[in-house]
Design a protein around this ligand. Structure first.
Ligand SMILES: CC(C)(COP(=O)(O)OP(=O)(O)OC[C@H]1O[C@@H](n2cnc3c(N)ncnc32)[C@H](O)[C@@H]1OP(=O)(O)O)[C@@H](O)C(=O)NCCC(=O)NCCS
Length: 181
């Protein structure tokens, strides 16, 4: 999918990834992990060795995964990944990962747009619940997810240790398709 959107930084394209995005995607992901170590569970070293050509190609959304990016022509400036569970007993669920907007592009609603697009994609595949985890101290991200209709359903205490400090993770979900708790 491809959608042109108007931002205060000009026209940008929201789309799924393709193989040619591999190196730009890798660079954006490494930047995210390096700048925000408490926001993500992976390390920059892990991201550096991943097969980004395969990930970018799979991100097209034809299978169980999609990676949505905002492409500002010269560079990719934001991303959101989503994975549909392949397990027979979880035909209803999806998981969002890797939500990131580059610092100079923040505050323009790009994440909200990307997350809502990812949720819509999961719904179009018949999924009725989308889950994600977010560091309990990451107020900007939590507010973004709440704006996208997510609610906290639990807390994973001491989910990660970064520089000797323990961080709790809020578990959030969004139900779709008229399903209510
Ligand atoms: C959290 C994050 C994804 C939000 O992305 P975004 O595209 O800026 O989202 P929004 O435009 O909806 O803005 C989010 C908030 O940041 C505020 N903001 C505005 N300008 C900003 C700026 N220059 N820098 C940082 N935040 C800014 C917005 O006003 C908004 O605050 P509000 O919720 O009180 O209204 C982004 O800040 C980010 O990438 N953070 C680091 C990585 C991260 O935490 N990822 C989430 C992992 S779970």
């Amino acid at each position: 999918m491809t959608e042109i959107i108007k931002t205060s930084g000009g026209l940008v394209t929201l789309r799924t990834t393709r193989r040619e995005d591999a190196e730009r995607l890798r660079a954006m992901r490494i930047e995210a992990l390096a700048l925000h170590p408490t926001a993500f569970s992976s390390s920059p070293e892990e991201a550096a060795t991943e097969d980004w050509a395969a990930r970018a190609a799979d991100g097209c959304g034809d299978g169980l995964t999609a990676i949505f990016v905002v492409d500002a022509a010269e560079e990719l400036v934001a991303m959101t990944g989503i994975l549909l569970s392949a397990k027979p007993k979880f035909p209803h669920s999806a998981f969002i990962w890797g939500v990131y907007t580059r610092p100079t592009w923040r505050g323009r609603g790009l994440s909200e747009r990307l997350v809502n697009t990812a949720v819509g994609w999961a719904a179009s595949k018949g999924r009725t619940i989308v889950r994600l985890g977010v560091c309990a101290q990451n107020a900007a991200a939590v507010r973004t997810y709440v704006r996208c209709g997510f609610r906290v359903y639990g807390v994973e205490r001491a989910s990660a240790v970064v520089d000797g400090m323990e961080y709790d993770e809020l578990l959030m979900d969004r139900r779709m398709g008229g399903v209510t708790r």
